[in-house]
Design a protein around this ligand. Sequence first.
Ligand SMILES: Cc1ncc(COP(=O)(O)O)c(C=O)c1O
Length: 433
Amino acid sequence: MSRLPDEPRPAGALWTDRFAQRTERANSSVIREFLKLLDDPAIISFAGGLPAPEVFPAEEVLFATHRVLRQHRDSALQYGATEGYRPLRELLVRHMARYGIEVGPENVLVTTGAQQALDLVGKAFINPGDRVATEEPTYLGALQAFSTYEAHYVTVPVDDDGMCVDRLEDVLRAAPKFVYVLPNFQNPSGVTLSLARRRRLVEVCARYGTPIVEDDPYGQLRYDGEHLPSLVKLDAERSGCAHRERSLRGGVIYLGTLSKTLAPGLRVGWVVAPAEVVAKLAVLKQGADLHSSTFAQMVAYETARGGFLDRHVKTIRRVYAERRDAMLRALDRHAPAGVHWTRPQGGLFLYLTLPPGVSADVVLKDALAAKVACIPGSAFHPLGGGTRSMRLNFSYSRPDVIEEGIARLGAVLRRHVSEAQAPQAPPAAVAAG
Ligand SMILES: Cc1ncc(COP(=O)(O)O)c(C=O)c1O
């Protein structure tokens, strides 16, 4: 029915009518919606990717803040360089070198969290309709960032050893702009890309001339086993690089963050890329926020320096390993046969797969009624699917809370799994007419 001329229009209609086409695919993330549930204290949430507040280095941040304001007040409160606070970039360079990534500060751009780095990568490389290759499932925030630039997705499945690299060539033939991959304790599945597959991934991508974006927020949070070399390092080793950019043959852009090793509220992440790419990303960043908060970068630097970051990572590993173990033990106790889950060697998440006939959406609705929240796996599948899976975060809740939450979830799962397995009642006999 057409609108009468004097009928009031909804506030905002003048703007909503003018939303750009690219916003059509920009929807609020399921995770953001679930995070609102944290306002209800009765809900046990395994939904967000939240670090444990108990390990936030609040005292150290307090001292660092005092130091910054006492010693660098004018520069801390002033505009700063887009590339980032130089001492922080140098600290990040030293920190990465301990994990085998050897680059110079000119290869580092500080960003407002790794999330901004994903957005800048999208802005710099994706034209509308370009293909991006991802794992399936993959990080929802990356899909949000890339979809804004109207990416189309081609996907490679994930198993217990990470991306199934033997399936990659088919995808590379579709000429994606880049491959986006999470080699360590993948979000959402918790699995880690094996060394053999890392080498093969780098080799196959080099052969097809396809670059890789390596997103690595969790690499330092390993609880068992040996650290595996990053893709950026393996890429450099393939061809033996010149001294200054030893870890940069240029096939891989690497993303890091202090969100999981210090605190996400600082919003400090970074990109490692060849200097020409850093320069382009910096120009694009200027359009977004001029630079990341000088104050936050200086506080992050003052907190992290003098070996604190490395010491603190050890504390986090101990606390999260305990929580991961608590969740695995609780699942062993409470989950019914037929439900499977990953056993991550690090990171923040594990991934549950339900037996055929059981829908994660239905389970999660009932779980919410029982006051426990998780994220449906379908959120992480860019092409649809994942309807029998769900992501569980183990870093945020204390072990006793984890036990209680998994007991509640287990009760819901047992009900749904036994209903799905119950023999179907024969159809009612139709009376002969
Ligand atoms: C895989 C992955 N990439 C990027 C991010 C964004 O992190 P940041 O807090 O640094 O923006 C996250 C956050 O959970 C993540 O899991």
